[in-house]
Design a protein around this ligand. Structure first.
Ligand SMILES: Nc1nc2c(c(=O)[nH]1)N[C@H]1C(S)=C(S)[C@@H](COP(=O)(O)O)O[C@H]1N2
Ligand SMILES: [Mo]
Length: 321
């Protein structure tokens, strides 16, 4: 649990010279002109939209500051602490020198450079809410491409029912993967996640390569990470090196670690509590709330139900949490 004094400490770093502040304003203005409509009132309040097609997403949100997005992270390969990944990831700048294995039930299997993936798809900006299973949340401006556009290119076979992802496994890069780092609390590496093919091809499902107009920093999952905004944050696997199309339900690292606490689906659901805490509300982290604790109600499917609820028609969401 973070204490108020920790937030005050963060606030000190957050003080930016005026020139930097105005650059950020300029950037935010560009967002406002491209994919986001500026709401009246505060200059930092946004009417959120992913693309103009998704008018259903007009929920008022404040963007979380670049500082909190890049300094309050969950990336256990670096540390179980929220502030440490930013520091420990300083030398992890893979850039485009990265490849991804695409395999399993797919026509175009192989090892592809990130550059190839970027040639096949087109990049855009998306502002999404991120709701962690730990009951904190942010609003993040990502850059990247829709996973569907990549899937359309590589053409899964009719046997492909799921998509499985893996994070890089290299203890020389990730200190947290060294044996005994967390003692018995370690996760089984590599971190793995999976989606059903319907979830993976939903237009909201995103592969991020950047945040706040810059390439992803290491702590946010450089150079390529998944973003599934209607699911708890742990589904949004970072630093992906493998994408496999499978017939069977793939491993989800947190589900494997504690299946009674973390389900395979992990859809944001205020009515299904975590065994150790309520999921009815969340602590929204923005600049302002660094000074306080703003609790807001958690929305079903994190507010993206219009676009994703049909996937789960007839599914018991308490049983398949
Ligand atoms: N490989 C890997 N991916 C991961 C994690 C992790 O520890 N390792 N943490 C997850 C969790 S719990 C959350 S909430 C989000 C956090 O993303 P952010 O740090 O970019 O906000 O990343 C997810 N992806
Ligand atoms: Mo999380």
């Amino acid at each position: 649990m973070k204490l108020l004094k920790d937030y005050l400490k963060v606030k000190e770093h957050q003080v930016t010279p005026e020139s930097v502040f105005w650059k950020r304003r300029e950037f935010i203005r560009q967002f406002a002109l491209s994919s986001v409509v500026l709401a009246s009132g505060s200059s930092l309040a946004f009417t959120e939209k992913t693309t103009s097609k998704y008018a259903g997403l007009e929920l008022k949100n404040e963007l979380s500051s670049e500082y909190v997005v890049t300094h309050h992270n969950n990336f256990y390969e670096f540390s179980t602490d929220k502030e440490r990944p930013a520091e420990l990831a300083k030398n992890f700048n893979p850039g485009s020198d990265w490849s991804v294995n695409i395999g399993g039930e797919v026509e175009l299997a192989g090892k592809f450079g990130l550059e190839d993936l970027l040639k096949w798809t087109s990049q855009e900006e998306r502002i999404y809410r991120l709701r962690c299973v730990e009951a904190w949340s942010m609003v993040v401006p990502w850059r990247g491409f829709s996973l569907k556009s990549l899937i359309d290119k590589v053409k899964p076979t009719s046997k492909a029912k799921y998509v499985a992802f893996k994070t890089l496994h290299d203890p020389n890069v990730f200190p947290g993967q060294k044996r005994g780092t967390f003692g018995m609390h370690t996760l089984p590496w590599p971190y793995e996640e999976g989606l059903t093919i319907d979830e993976a091809t939903n237009p909201l499902t995103f592969m991020a390569t950047g945040v706040y107009g810059k390439d992803l920093p290491g702590q946010n999952g450089a150079p390529l990470r998944l973003v599934v905004p209607w699911k708890y944050g742990f589904k949004s696997i970072k630093s992906i090196v493998s994408i496999e199309f499978t017939e069977e339900q793939p491993v989800s690292t947190w589900n494997e670690r504690a299946s009674s606490e973390y389900g395979f689906y992990a859809n944001v659901n205020p009515k299904v509590d975590h065994p150790r805490w309520s999921q009815a509300t969340e602590r929204r982290i923005t600049d302002e709330t660094l000074f306080g604790v703003k609790r807001i109600p958690t929305q079903m499917f994190n507010g993206y139900g219009d676009l994703v609820a049909p996937i789960y028609k007839g599914l018991n969401l308490k049983k398949y949490f």
